[in-house]
Ligand binder design. Sequence first.
Ligand SMILES: CC(C)(COP(=O)(O)OP(=O)(O)OC[C@H]1O[C@@H](n2cnc3c(N)ncnc32)[C@H](O)[C@@H]1OP(=O)(O)O)[C@@H](O)C(=O)NCCC(=O)NCCS
Length: 145
Amino acid sequence: MVRHLRAEAHAGRMLPFIIEYQGRLAGQLTVAGITWGSMCSGHVGYWIDQSVAGRGVMPTAVALAVDHCFRTVGLHRVEVCIRPENLPSRRVVEKLGFRQEGLRPRYLHIDGAWRDHLVYALTVEELSEGLLSRWHRTRPGASQK
Ligand SMILES: CC(C)(COP(=O)(O)OP(=O)(O)OC[C@H]1O[C@@H](n2cnc3c(N)ncnc32)[C@H](O)[C@@H]1OP(=O)(O)O)[C@@H](O)C(=O)NCCC(=O)NCCS
């Protein structure tokens, strides 16, 4: 897996990250399928260890990755495709203000069948501030100053 991620990264098609929480490996976030030309887009995938789920780690990681993609890498659009029944993952992008674009029927082959996916996306024009600072300002429990 690491060999594959490194090869894709060297080819400029992927940004593979690991997520550390309190000093240990807790998950992965990958920006894959990076396409340049008139598209300048990539799609984000992620998972987090069950033992640290529910603490806002993944929204923070996605916000960091999106800011990096828009500000440093130069992408214009980032999308996340999520199975409709995956409510925790939908909450991650909804809390971050991703726009839902619609349903892609039978989009990915997962667990032995072609599964529908909802598409969520952000383009750089939709962020007047960094996504991380917006998340810190709006996340549940953030102080309203
Ligand atoms: C989706 C996932 C990455 C969310 O990461 P996270 O760091 O737990 O994200 P959050 O802390 O923002 O929690 C998101 C939602 O998970 C649910 N949740 C809360 N506590 C939880 C727990 N202890 N265990 C599992 N889910 C929990 C809640 O619905 C929460 O939404 P809320 O904030 O509105 O209550 C994680 O659940 C995961 O790795 N799932 C399996 C892999 C996967 O589905 N990847 C995405 C494929 S598109």
